[in-house]
Design a protein around this ligand. Structure first.
Ligand code: CA
Length: 247
């Protein structure tokens, strides 16, 4: 039916409409990819809230407290993590740049001398599907000092210890921030927890820019591709009909 409609229209108009259809299809593909890529399903994933007063350097976030918006502080009672600002400095770490991986604040999972199995946890409700969780682990290599040489973070999903991610990178005068990610399927209430897996003598284990993103369904991309192929086939069919009529 569409071929006959096209055959009655001027060839120039037909080409313009086909080009417009392809353009719209590709635009939808780009838009849907961009929207999915930019949507972080976690809140306060960069730990920019609460805003620390400049010069404060850090704030202790105690296990069980509700001082870190969207996150729970989890671990043994009385332990803590520390919210750090980029201008933080230590007598033992003179000259080290504590810049955040994203924004101006980050979390030290070893806390203020806490050094236990503590961390941060957030629960979100997800539609059935595939998801990517990603986060930056910050490390400083300073052998023999309080900051240690590695930073290890355990990822827990729905109460299951998934994997330990260990950053051994040196920052060259600052923190080495390395991004890690993990893909999984989920449905309904889903908890994400990131825990300090450093040894007791290591007083630096950075965490920043935690994201949770939906992975685009392959079927959505395939449907768009099928649409593009249909438009292309229609264009070729229109040319064939047009060619016959010209003879
Ligand atoms: Ca941050």
């Amino acid at each position: 039916m569409s071929s006959s409609v096209n055959a009655t229209q001027p060839a120039g108009w037909r080409l313009v409409s086909v080009a417009a259809a392809i353009s719209v299809s590709m635009g939808m593909l780009t838009l849907s990819s961009a929207a999915l890529a930019s949507a972080n399903l976690l809140s306060n994933g960069s730990f920019e809230s609460p805003v620390l007063t400049p010069g404060t350097n850090y704030a202790i976030e105690t296990v069980g407290a509700v001082t870190l918006p969207a996150w729970s502080i989890v671990g043994p009672v009385g332990k803590n993590v520390a919210l750090i600002e980029a201008t933080y400095s230590l007598p033992d770490a003179a000259g080290i740049n504590f810049a955040a991986a994203d924004g101006v604040q980050w979390i030290d999972l070893t806390g203020g001398g806490s050094n236990a199995y503590e961390g941060v946890k957030q629960t979100v409700v997800l539609s059935p599907g595939s998801y990517d969780v990603s986060f930056f682990v910050g490390n400083v290599v300073k052998p023999g000092g309080p900051l240690g040489v590695t930073s290890a973070v355990d990822l827990w999903i729905n109460g299951v210890n998934i994997q330990t991610f260990t950053n051994t990178g040196a920052g060259g005068g600052g923190i080495n921030w390395t991004r890690y990610s993990y893909s999984f399927n989920a449905s309904g209430a889903t908890s994400i927890a990131l825990m300090n897996a450093d040894g007791p003598g290591d007083h630096l284990n950075g965490l920043d820019h935690v994201t949770l993103q939906a992975v685009p369904e392959p079927t959505s991309a395939l449907l768009l591709l099928a649409g593009l192929l249909a438009v292309t086939a229609q264009m070729r069919g229109g040319r064939a009909i047009s060619g016959k009529r010209e003879k």
